[in-house]
Design a protein around this ligand. Structure first.
Ligand code: ADP
Ligand code: ADP
Length: 239
């Protein structure tokens, strides 16, 4: 039943900084979880450990029952494909079109470039346009990524992540660079798509109000440890 199970996850950086002490938790399919906590608490370390963008020092991370910490080569690549990532800085290819950025999620970077600007197979383009419509960007489909507003770029980031058909979606401070109105829009799309596709979504947020508004469950982290885990309405005990 748990799509993600984390056991004794620990991260010590090469300079000796303890990023995570020993985190254990388990996540059910379809939940929208927000990780909150002050700057330096370990939120980003936690999220990036899940697909081993950040290599854990020790612990186990089961995704759909398989421990990604034990996976290598093809197996690791296959497991990583199940995990979609959304970044604070969007990480789009700025000079590529919106459609091409989305196909990057589906086909991988090199294949997404093969078509060149604006030239893709019809079925790929159709798929990308369908996903873009779901985040309200059909009109921006053939614009360059750097012609879009921040909120629009982040919605492309979401579209790219879901184009890879993930079972888990990780968003690391996706709204930290956005104004409140764009933030609310981005969070609404994350929530809506997670619900529609049954994708488990974990979002790092330092804004507690957004976590309360959108999350099914909130995990509070401080100094590398979980200090709160529960529904938003119980959070007053923590803050
Ligand atoms: P948050 O995302 O909650 O702001 P981070 O996960 O980025 O927290 O950081 C957790 C702790 O690990 C902090 O003390 C931070 O300074 C430290 N840290 C993060 N990255 C590195 C690194 N590459 N080398 C050393 N320490 C790091
Ligand atoms: P957001 O999610 O950022 O709120 P919207 O679709 O609401 O996105 O668009 C916000 C506004 O920003 C729109 O009027 C849009 O036309 C405009 N916009 C689009 N591209 C740019 C750009 N490159 N710089 C500034 N504003 C832009």
């Amino acid at each position: 039943e748990a799509i993600l199970k984390v056991e004794g996850l620990r991260k010590v950086y090469p300079d000796g900084t303890v990023g995570l002490k020993e985190i254990s938790t388990s996540v059910k399919k379809g939940e929208l979880i927000s990780i909150i906590g002050p700057s330096g608490a370990g939120k980003s370390t936690f999220l990036r450990s899940i697909n081993r963008l950040n290599e854990p020092t020790s612990g186990k991370i089961f995704i759909d029952g398989d421990d990604i910490c034990q996976a290598k080569g093809t197996k690791l690549r296959k497991m990583r494909r199940k995990v979609g990532m959304v970044f604070q800085g969007y990480n789009l290819i700025k000079r590529s079109s919106t459609v091409q950025n989305v196909l990057h999620g589906r086909l991988g970077y090199m294949s997404s470039l093969k078509g060149g600007f604006g030239r893709f197979s019809e079925s790929d383009t159709k798929m990308a346009l369908e996903i873009l419509a779901r985040v309200g960007l059909e009109e921006q489909a053939f614009k360059r990524a750097d012609e879009l507003s921040g909120g629009q770029q982040q919605r492309v980031g979401i579209a790219r992540a879901i184009a890879q058909n993930p079972s888990l979606l990780l968003a690391d401070e996706p709204i930290a660079s956005l104004d409140p109105a764009s933030s609310e829009k981005v969070m609404s799309y994350l929530k809506m798509i997670g619900e529609e596709d049954g994708i488990t979504t974990i979002v790092n947020l330092h804004q507690v109000d957004f976590a309360k508004q959108f999350a099914d469950r909130i995990i509070g982290i401080k100094a590398g440890e979980i200090v709160f885990d529960g529904p938003p309405n119980e959070l007053s005990d923590y803050t």
